[in-house]
Design a protein around this ligand. Structure first.
Ligand code: AHR
Length: 648
């Protein structure tokens, strides 16, 4: 453990002032001192420290970031996803003006074997209108004048049939947009067109009508806003993706979380099921009790990483499913782990190697060719690979992890393999995970912890004592959980204080990501999350502002510094900028004297961003300037994070 705060000052403060719950003092018997030599060489740290962790939890992907507006487009929902659901969940039969018909689900001549079910709409008489309608994921929000791309795979099964008519309607039945498509033929054919609504509505419905008596098969009924993030087809919701991009994450860990190791061996996230044409992907049950369309799959994840300048950190199952699998049905909580049979492990290990080829292999390699066929002949530049997610560290886990680890490091020494040390910052899984990491010399291990704010304040020296000769650390999931898991500034400041400690130790803690990232308001399975959203809005939390303030001012050199408050100072060698981050988690303002040796080599006006309680609403970062040519006094407001940016 390396003390960072001057011992004499600490001793004095302990005598003069009572400690608050966060371990900081509230006394103001004279300014505290913040001192740093800005000209020092400093310590190299990871430039990748600040990243994000994305998992399809809380409708983060389907119904969230993935811009598809139609729920259950492929008629693959079932009661395995959620009790009461079936292949027609989300859909209703439409019979208007005397029209009579029925809708059933069939599977005898599917569009693709991975996508077995489809709807068959039977139009019984030649009157009125018969069709199906869909109200989207918790509503279907459309905006006046925007273009929406509709598409459907259709096949006339019996009867003469007729053209398909596609409508966007308001809940009150007003027509918002109309599109007429050719009559389907006897073979599966993709039909598509544009809808441009004449009003902005949050509860629209998409209606597909068939004109003409007969039976028509429909599958992959899809509606996308044309204006996706970076204009990608099969793309991402622009406002949500932008909120993520604004974090300037240096990496993205995906696709989970518990979602990766899955609710049983048959529910593991298998990356090859998620690439290629979307109608050929094998969608499946989501461990968080809904359905994964897998429209946001590995290609889209890699592409998103590239679009936002972040390194991909995919996680594959370590050959075992989640220890909590099937917990509510047959097994005891924590005892549901099962391993892929050992005779199947060579094939599974090959599958992991194939992922590396899909990401990095030449366009004429087997898996590189699949990437190229999807429109990306250049490699994605994969550097990191997570193997396992906070697994129970059992002999079964160890045997399978070892096989995968050894195969990947032998074939791809350039890839940093990230192992796992369980779901907690200590305890048997943590100890065992580290034992294996030490034995195998795993390049990096993934630690997880969700703890109360005080835990973070109390552990500000955790990594000071980590052995630098051992595996590096990825803090893959962490968050301060305040009372009733509310998203408070107090929790955000505990995270901020901890981030100053992570930056100081970013020679060994090389990656860190808050968890989870996204939560759909009214439809969460986990709280708190970094970003909340509805179908129309994005709402940012105090923790989001903290993450953004740190990530937007990251560096690759740590400068030794002293302060009574949690502080970190980093330099970005590229721009030469220096960033001071200071956390006052107490409930009193704190006067400080900034002793910044060498400040003269910087522009005298420093930009300051402060996140603190606001009289007129939720805490938001506010900007000001600090004149470095004055004797520098700075008052850190009560309950605040301050970032001071020094530029050349
Ligand atoms: O981040 C939410 C969940 O927390 C993750 O899926 C899992 O890894 C952890 O238990």
């Amino acid at each position: 453990m390396t003390p960072r705060y001057p011992l004499l000052l600490l001793a004095l403060l302990t005598i003069l002032a009572p400690a608050t719950a966060s371990g900081q003092t509230t006394a103001d018997d004279g300014p505290g001192v913040v001192s740093v030599d800005l000209g020092q060489e400093g310590k190299p740290i990871s430039a990748d420290l600040h990243g994000i962790f994305f998992e399809d939890l809380n409708f983060a992907a389907d119904g969230g970031l993935y811009a598809e507006l139609v729920e259950n487009r492929s008629f693959e929902f079932s009661s395995a996803d959620r009790r009461g659901w079936d292949a027609l969940t989300g859909w209703k039969l439409v019979e208007r003006d005397g029209g009579r018909g029925e809708v059933v689900v069939e599977a005898n001549q599917p569009l693709h074997s991975n996508n077995p079910h489809y709807a068959v709409l039977g139009v019984v008489n030649g009157e009125g209108e018969v069709g199906v309608e869909n109200g989207g994921y918790h509503g279907l929000a459309v905006t006046e004048g925007d273009a929406y791309d509709f598409s459907v795979f259709a096949r006339q099964v019996a009867g003469a049939g007729g053209p398909l008519v596609v409508l966007l309607e308001s809940a009150a039945g007003d027509e918002l947009a109309r599109l007429e498509l050719a009559a389907p033929s006897g073979a599966w054919t993709k039909l598509s067109g544009e809808l441009a609504p004449n009003a902005t509505v949050d509860d629209a419905r998409l209606v597909v009508l068939s004109r003409g008596v007969g039976r028509v098969a429909l599958d992959m009924i899809s509606l996308f806003p044309r204006d996706t993030f970076h204009g990608r087809k099969n793309g991402l919701r622009k406002d949500l993706a932008q909120a993520i991009a604004d974090l300037e994450p240096k990496f993205v860990r995906f696709p989970g979380g518990c979602l990766v190791h899955g609710d049983g061996l048959d529910n593991m996230y298998r990356w090859q099921d998620t690439i290629g044409p979307v109608h050929e992907r094998r969608s499946q049950r989501n461990i968080w009790r809904y359905h994964q369309s897998l429209g946001l799959g590995y290609f889209e994840y890699f592409q998103f990483c590239e679009d936002i300048g972040a390194k991909p950190v995919p996680v594959v199952p370590a050959g075992v499913c989640c220890q909590n699998a099937g917990a509510s049905v047959t097994r005891k909580w924590g005892q549901g782990q099962r391993g892929i049979p050992l005779d199947e492990m060579p094939a599974y290990t090959e599958e992991v190697l194939d992922l590396i080829e899909f990401a990095n292999g030449p366009a004429d390699s087997r898996w590189g060719a699949k990437r190229a066929a999807m429109g990306h002949p250049e490699p994605f530049g994969l550097e990191y690979l997570g193997v396992g997610n906070e697994d129970h560290i059992t002999p079964e886990f160890e045997e399978r992890f070892r096989q995968i680890h050894d195969a990947v490091t032998a074939a791809h020494p350039e890839i940093v393999v990230i192992g796992t040390v369980g779901p907690a910052p200590d305890g048997p899984d943590y100890e065992e995970g580290w034992r294996i990491a030490n034995q195998l010399k795993v390049a990096m291990v993934d630690e997880h912890y969700y703890r109360p704010p005080n835990w973070f304040h109390d552990n500000l020296q955790r990594y000071d004592s980590y052995d630098r000769a051992r595996s590096a650390v990825y803090l893959g999931e962490y968050a301060a959980h305040d009372d009733r898991r509310r998203r408070t500034l107090r929790a955000a400041l505990a995270e901020a204080a901890y981030l100053t400690h992570l930056e100081r130790n970013a020679d060994i803690v090389r990656l860190a990501s808050y968890a989870p990232l996204l939560g759909k308001i009214g439809h969460t399975q986990w709280d708190p999350n970094l970003i909340y959203f509805t179908n129309r809005e994005v709402r940012l939390t105090p923790s989001y502002h903290v993450q953004r303030m740190f990530s937007n001012t990251s560096g690759d050199i740590y400068l030794a510094c002293e302060s009574e408050l949690p502080l970190s100072v980093v330099r970005d060698s590229g721009s030469g900028q220096v960033f001071l981050k200071l956390v006052n988690a107490t409930d009193a303002d704190r006067r400080l004297s900034l002793e910044l040796a060498g400040w003269e080599t910087f522009a005298s006006a420093a930009r300051v961003k402060t996140l603190a309680p606001a009289a007129d609403g939720p805490p938001l970062p506010r900007e000001s300037t600090l004149d470095l040519s004055d004797a520098i006094d700075y008052t850190a407001p009560a309950s605040s994070l301050t970032v001071i940016e020094l530029s050349r």
